[in-house]
Design a protein around this ligand. Structure first.
Ligand code: IYR
Length: 223
């Protein structure tokens, strides 16, 4: 059993009024994030994506086993293959696989099986969750709270990319198993989602439906 070791916490305390100001400024910035479906093909430097991935990798997670892997795809040929495979699944989804209730819920977003952004956007960050890790000798290491951990890391990645000045789209073709084959990822990894990242198209629009956010008294209870 490994004995724990400790170092002093590096923590910055702010005066209460500054805490409130920081919280409001951060809320103002985060609430301007929009999910974008119309991207520009303008290139985005790899270094920016790398830094945002390091931010995501700092997420809290089960037993600090960091049960995630991010595949950042810029290669046009691979993006084309991902688009073709995703659109094949989406055509099935929209033409019968999805129950009518689901189709109705999506109607205000105006989505359809065509996913040109998968080729146009400069980066597709494919996020995998690892149900177990592999030691160099091949032994398996069980991972804990994989969905929670990867979900938190993904939220932090979206936040980091938005803060850096990029638009994103969380895209979840259903099912996504084809991503293991296309990206050569091992059997211990399951695709979580595709995060499309880049500049928005000059004429990008967003559905008005996306602006309806529940008020605080609906999303929170104080007791
Ligand atoms: N994966 C499909 C359908 C879809 C599902 C949900 I839930 C959304 O919030 C948006 C879309 C698609 O990408 O069109």
């Amino acid at each position: 059993m490994t004995q724990p070791t400790f170092i002093p916490l590096d923590f910055t305390e702010y005066p209460p009024d500054e805490m409130q100001r920081r919280a409001e400024a951060f809320y103002a910035e985060l609430s301007r994030r929009r999910t974008v479906r119309e991207f520009s093909d303008r290139p985005v430097p790899r270094a920016l994506i790398e830094t945002c991935l390091l931010a995501a990798g700092s997420a809290p997670n089960g037993a600090n086993l960091q049960p995630w892997h991010f595949v950042a795809v810029a290669a046009p040929a691979i993006k084309r293959q991902i688009r073709a495979a995703a659109e094949a699944e989406e055509r099935e989804f929209y033409s019968g696989r999805a129950p009518q209730e689901w189709i109705d819920a999506l109607a205000p977003l105006g989505t359809d099986p065509n996913k040109p952004f998968l080729e146009i956007a400069p980066w597709l960050i494919v996020i995998f969750g690892q149900s177990y890790g592999l030691l160099p000798d091949g032994r398996k290491v069980k991972h804990y709270y994989v969905q929670e951990s990867v979900g938190i890391a993904t939220g932090m990645l979206i936040t980091a990319l938005h803060h850096a000045g990029l638009a994103t789209l969380t895209h979840t073709p259903n099912p996504m198993g084809f991503l293991n084959d296309l990206l050569g990822r091992p059997a211990n990894e399951r695709p979580f989602l595709i995060l499309v990242a880049g500049y928005p198209a000059a004429d990008a629009r967003v559905p008005t439906h996306a602006l309806n956010k529940k008020p605080l008294n609906e999303i929170a209870t104080f007791i």
